[in-house]
Design a protein around this ligand. Structure first.
Ligand SMILES: Cc1cc2nc3c(=O)[nH]c(=O)nc-3n(C[C@H](O)[C@H](O)[C@H](O)COP(=O)(O)OP(=O)(O)OC[C@H]3O[C@@H](n4cnc5c(N)ncnc54)[C@H](O)[C@@H]3O)c2cc1C
Length: 417
């Protein structure tokens, strides 16, 4: 080990394991600590999308370049999506390119978390589960969310329907955000994201499921569990402080608008490892390569917070018009995510109104996007169909099904359900 000090990493999720793999491969002694019993346990069976539009390069080519093997986990490619407008019209943005890949989070062998865990173990990293360490004793902080800016939760079901994905912009079912249905090889997920804090938030999921049942009657659903979690969106004055690297969600490196964070998690873990190995300057690289996207997403979120279904409809129409003009549905969404002069100019104006200082962030100057309060329009009674969905879930739960966030005492949704 050349007499170099061992490196301790807090969190065995995507960012921590990416860093651990590269460091261990370079011959460093690495210890990764995670409070949970396994990597991916934070999500346990949730489907997530690896976006492939924010930069020109395919994410799997990036993984290859960094030395990760994308065949170590199951990924299902999609080139088309059902886009559900707020007035329930469905259109289909599509592309010749791989638009996104659906992966599973969790503890099953084929999940992305287990793929990264295997790569880290093979490289020689030591992973300690159910291990509690202090931030001060670690070099890389990769422990996911601390606070809550938004929540998402969904129901997983078994189905005979073929692979499919729908993305819905609807401010009633998903306040300030979106809902989605993903079906991969006989397993489905209907999820809604709440970017405004709600009371009795289970009704949003019930109503969303009822909506999909009505619109997609051909999809049979046998619920098996409910999953979900919180997202933490922060801007940090320093991404490396007192010799510590803040990576992934712990460093606030996520898309503020819609919550995509896996790509930046692996990317930032990689950059932290490269800095430790003397190959780059982490702070500089994060600011140059990742922050322009994060800042663009802050502006996008600021705009989203100001609108409702009328603007969502306008967005859907523009998306389809762009597809008609360019023959590629990915161009509109790429433009939305990529930095522009307009958004660069807006960022310093809007960010002070969007973010609140976190006094507990060890002097790192962390500013968090607070969980916004509910609006008047968020108060409504569940439909009879949604109540039936809730009762169906209650029966499944009584027979032993679980919610994957039930052991996360900090989660506001846990307190709700
Ligand atoms: C419901 C939901 C859906 C999402 N969907 C998408 C999506 O479709 N696409 C996308 O790109 N992103 C999505 N995201 C965001 C994405 O999950 C995160 O950006 C990404 O997981 C961050 O990676 P990370 O390495 O920072 O954290 P994680 O991969 O979550 O890893 C953090 C690890 O740290 C551990 N830990 C926590 N506290 C401690 C502690 N005190 N000590 C030690 N270990 C600790 C946790 O157990 C966990 O294993 C979603 C998030 C949520 C909540």
């Amino acid at each position: 080990m050349g007499g170099e000090a061992a490196i301790h990493i807090m969190g065995a999720g995507l960012s921590g394991l990416a860093a651990a793999t590269l460091l261990a491969r370079a011959g460093r002694e690495v210890h990764v600590h995670d409070i949970r019993a396994d990597s991916g346990a934070r999500f346990d069976g949730d489907f997530q999308a690896l976006e492939n539009w924010s930069i020109e390069k395919d994410f799997f080519d990036q993984l290859d370049e960094w030395g990760f093997d994308s065949k170590r986990f199951k990924a299902t490619e999609f080139k088309v999506i059902d886009l559900i407008h707020p007035d329930d019209i469905i259109t289909q943005p599509k592309s010749d390119r791989v638009s996104y890949r659906i992966i599973e989070r969790g503890t099953s062998e084929h999940t992305i978390d287990q793929g990264f865990k295997q790569m880290a173990l093979e490289a020689g990293a030591n992973i300690h589960y159910k291990s509690r360490v202090k931030e001060e004793d670690c070099t890389i902080i990769a422990c996911g969310p601390k606070g809550t800016s938004a929540v998402a939760y969904g129901e997983i079901f078994h189905t005979n329907h073929k692979n499919h994905i729908s993305f819905q912009l609807n401010d009633k079912l998903a306040p300030g955000s979106y809902s989605y249905m993903i079906i991969i090889d006989g397993v489905g997920l209907i999820c809604t994201c709440l970017w405004r804090k709600q009371k009795k938030s289970e009704r949003f999921l019930n109503e969303t499921i009822a909506w999909y049942q009505n619109k997609y009657p051909e999809v049979d659903m046998k619920p098996v569990k409910r999953v979900g979690g919180k997202g933490d969106f922060t801007i940090n004055r320093n991404y490396k402080q007192d010799g510590r690297y803040y990576v992934g969600e712990s460093g606030g490196l996520q898309d503020f608008m819609w919550g995509f964070g896996m790509r930046m998690a692996v990317w930032s873990g990689t950059l932290a490892a490269k800095d430790i190995l003397g190959e780059c300057d982490y702070e500089h690289e994060v600011r140059k390569k990742l922050m322009p996207y994060v800042k663009t997403s802050v502006v996008n979120r600021w705009l989203m917070n100001r609108v409702g279904n009328r603007t969502f409809k306008f967005m859907c129409n523009n998306w389809m018009k762009s597809q008609k003009r360019h023959g590629d549905g990915l161009i509109w969404v790429s433009k939305l995510f990529r930095p522009s002069l307009f958004k660069r100019m807006l960022y310093p104006i809007v960010s002070p109104f969007m973010l609140k200082s976190d006094p507990k962030a060890m002097g790192r100057g962390v500013r968090r996007m607070p969980f916004r309060p509910a609006l008047k329009r968020d108060w409504w009674e569940q439909s009879p169909e949604a109540k039936a969905v809730g009762e169906r879930w209650d029966n499944v739960r009584r027979s032993g099904a679980k919610t994957s966030f039930s052991d996360d005492a900090e989660s506001p949704i846990n307190n709700e359900l």
